[in-house]
Design a protein around this ligand. Structure first.
Ligand code: HEC
Ligand SMILES: [Cu+2]
Length: 337
C-alpha cells in the first residue's frame, strides 16, 4: 500500500530521528498534519517527560528502600516531622503539581479543537459497520448526495464536520495524524470536526474493540486540494458508468445473478443491497475491505473468491464462480470508476 509522503516532523522528533522513527507516518498521533493533532502532540510530549521523571523518582525511592532492607538498616533516618513533611511534599504537593497543569491544558485544548464549526461547513456522515465504514456526503439540507466506503476525501484547509453513528456495536473514529478519537455509539450521533492542513493520505483506524475483525477495520482519509476534492465529489455523485464492452455486460450479469446485488448497491443499476459497501465507484478506491488489501485485480479476485481467507470472520460469504465468470465480473467491477 502506498501513502503519499507528507510533512516530516522537525524539532525534537527530527533530532532524534532514528530512535523515534516509529513516531512518524500515515497513522501517528505524533506526526500531526492539522492544528488539532498538533495541539494534542504538544501536550503529549511534556506528559511523557513528566511521567518519565515521576517513574524514575518512584523507582529510585524503591531502590533505596530495597537496598536499605538488604543491609538490614532498620533505624529511621528521618524524625517524625521530617517524615510528615516528606508525605505532604511527595504525597500531596508533587502529585498535584504534576497533574493539575495537564488537566488544565487538556481541558483548554479540548475546548479549542472541538469549537463549533460554522453552519455551512461540509458534513460527512460515517456509519461504523462490522467491520468497515459506510460514508455519506451530505448537502446543506442534510440530504445524502454521495455514498462510498472506507475512503474519505476532504479538501485541505477546510474544517469538515463528521456525524458519527453506528447501527450495531460501539466503534471509534480515529485519524491519529489529524485528531483524537470519537466514539460511534448505537442510537446516537456524535459530532467531531477534522481539518487537514497538509495534503496527504492518512490512515484511520477503529479504536474501540468491536468484534473479530476490529483490527482490520481501517480506512483512508485523503486530504487534497479543493479543486481535486470537488472533482472527486462530483464523480462520486454520479451513477455508475454503464458497461462498455460485451465482457463488461456479461460481468454485470454475473454480479446480478451471483447474489452480490443482494448485499451491495451499484447506483444506476438494480443492485441496491445495503449489507455491504456501495460499489458504485469501487474502482476509484485505493483499498478493499477496510483498507485491508490494495485495490488491484489480484486482490479483488482473491477477495471475491474467498473473502474469509483475506479477513476471517467478515460478513461476506465466499462465492462459487467459474474462472470465466470471475474474469468478466472483475472486468465489470474495474470499470466502476
Ligand atoms: C451476505 C452479503 C454479501 C454478499 C452476498 C456479497 N458481499 Fe461483498 N461485502 C459484504 C460485506 C459485509 C463487505 C465488507 C466486508 C468487510 O470489509 O468487513 C463486502 C465487501 C465487498 C467488497 C470490498 C468493497 C470495499 O470497498 O471495501 C467487494 C469488492 C465486494 N464485497 C464484492 C462482492 C461481490 C462481487 C459479490 C458477489 C460475488 C459480493 N460482494 C457478495 C457483503 C456481501
Ligand atoms: Cu469497529
Amino acid at each position: 500500500m502506498s501513502f503519499s509522503k507528507h510533512k516530516r516532523s522537525t524539532g525534537l522528533v527530527g533530532a532524534t530521528a532514528p530512535l523515534l522513527a516509529a513516531c512518524e507516518g500515515p497513522q501517528s498521533a505524533l506526526d500531526p498534519a492539522g492544528a488539532a493533532a498538533d495541539l494534542i502532540a504538544r501536550l503529549w510530549w511534556p506528559t511523557l517527560l513528566v511521567a518519565t521523571l515521576v517513574t524514575l523518582l518512584v523507582l529510585s525511592l524503591l531502590a533505596v528502600a530495597v537496598l536499605r532492607a538488604r543491609r538490614k538498616q532498620t533505624a529511621m533516618p528521618l524524625n517524625a516531622r521530617q517524615s510528615r513533611n516528606l508525605v505532604i511534599a511527595g504525597g500531596i504537593i508533587l502529585p498535584l503539581a504534576a497533574t493539575i497543569p495537564f488537566a488544565l491544558s487538556s481541558f483548554s485544548i479540548g475546548r479549542v479543537i472541538d469549537a463549533p464549526l460554522p453552519d455551512d461547513a461540509m458534513t460527512v456522515e460515517v456509519i461504523g459497520k462490522q467491520w468497515w465504514w459506510e460514508v455519506h456526503y451530505l448537502d446543506e439540507a442534510g440530504e445524502r448526495i454521495a455514498t462510498t466506503a472506507n475512503e474519505i476525501h476532504i479538501p485541505v484547509g477546510e474544517p469538515v464536520r463528521f456525524l458519527l453513528k453506528s447501527d450495531n456495536v460501539i466503534h471509534s473514529f480515529w485519524v491519529p495524524n489529524l485528531k483524537g478519537k470519537t466514539d460511534m455509539m448505537p442510537g446516537r450521533t456524535n459530532v467531531t470536526s477534522v481539518t487537514a492542513d497538509e495534503p496527504g493520505v492518512y490512515r484511520g483506524q477503529c479504536a474501540e474493540y468491536c468484534g473479530t475483525q476490529h483490527a482490520l477495520m481501517a480506512f483512508l482519509l485523503v486530504a487534497e486540494e479543493p479543486e481535486a476534492f470537488d472533482a472527486w465529489l462530483e464523480g462520486q455523485r454520479q451513477p455508475a458508468s454503464a458497461p462498455q464492452t460485451q465482457a463488461q455486460v456479461d460481468g454485470q450479469q454475473v454480479f446480478m445473478q451471483a447474489g452480490c446485488a443482494g448485499c451491495h448497491a451499484i447506483r444506476g443499476t438494480s443492485a441496491s443491497g445495503d449489507e455491504g459497501p456501495d460499489l458504485t465507484h469501487l474502482a476509484s478506491r485505493r483499498t478493499l475491505a477496510g483498507a485491508t488489501v490494495p485495490n488491484r485485480t489480484g486482490h479483488l479476485g482473491g477477495w471475491i473468491t474467498d473473502p474469509q481467507h483475506v479477513k476471517p470472520g467478515n460478513k461476506m460469504p465466499p462465492s462459487e464462480l467459474t474462472p470465466e465468470e470471475l474474469t468478466t465480473l472483475l472486468g465489470y467491477l474495474e470499470g466502476l470508476e
